[in-house]
Design a protein around this ligand. Structure first.
Ligand SMILES: [Fe+2]
Ligand SMILES: [Fe+2]
Length: 240
């Protein structure tokens, strides 16, 4: 508590931005590197619970991500902060919806280990809002737009009506999150005199050894602010 008070005073007096390494997560779930995560079949009850646990963790970290972008990057227009406040609220709603579904499956958030990858990307992009926008909304959340319809179909085939409803709601909101990321990425890049398409490619190439494998949800990515050139470039599969 003393440390928290000191930090708050420090912030109030100096406007200093605390290091991202000061961010603290709850003791549970245990966070493991992606390669150490147990693999389970989606078809079993345990596998389905593990799937929703993984989604709960993504949403939990997404709450942190929305607050971190508000906290860390200063001197942007007020609309930037207003939009990320709305996103933080939506991520909290997503987490609650999934946590309640998880409870109906017999486990709670924190009962299983969770994947540490998403926060690692936050740490890697803490120095520049353009890196953060390219990697979090315009890469990680955009991947969600590609894969969520497939998950919805899968849950539908398993007659998980409530799971389908939750993922459909989240999918609609996430289109807005990526759209918001695209809007600010392009705007801030233009203000710095940078070509946003080229910058996007450079940032992705800097952070990932290889591009994500498709298929890409072209129609929805366009709605969310991707250009056809950016999607074509992702579909090419390899860095030129
Ligand atoms: Fe979300
Ligand atoms: Fe989101």
């Amino acid at each position: 508590m003393q440390l928290l008070t000191d930090n708050l005073l420090d912030y109030q007096h100096n406007g200093k931005i605390l290091s991202i390494s000061d961010v603290v997560f709850p003791d549970k779930p245990e966070q493991l590197p992606p390669r150490n995560m147990p693999r389970r079949s989606f078809e079993t009850a345990a596998g389905k619970a593990a799937f929703f646990h993984a989604l709960a963790h993504i949403e939990f970290v997404a709450i942190y991500l929305a607050w971190d972008i508000i906290y860390r990057f200063r001197d942007l227009p007020i609309e930037f902060y207003q939009q990320w406040l709305r996103i933080a609220d939506e991520e909290a709603q997503h987490f609650s919806l999934i946590r309640n579904h998880l409870l109906s499956l017999g486990i709670d958030y924190g009962d299983l280990p969770a994947h540490s990858g998403l926060w690692t990307h936050a740490v890697e992009t803490c120095d520049d809002v353009l890196d953060r926008l390219a990697i979090i909304p315009r890469f990680m959340e955009a991947r969600g737009l590609d894969v969520t319809p497939v998950m919805i179909d899968k849950l539908d085939s398993m007659s998980d009506k409530h799971g389908v409803e939750i993922l459909t709601r989240i999918y609609q909101d996430e289109i807005g999150h990526v759209e918001c990321g695209s809007y600010w990425f392009k705007l801030i890049a233009a203000q710095r005199g940078l070509d946003s398409e080229q910058l996007y490619k450079n940032i992705i190439a800097k952070h990932f050894k290889s591009k994500p494998k498709g298929p890409f949800n072209r129609e929805v990515r366009i709605i969310a602010g991707f250009t056809t050139h950016e999607i074509d470039w992702l579909e090419e599969g390899i860095y030129e």
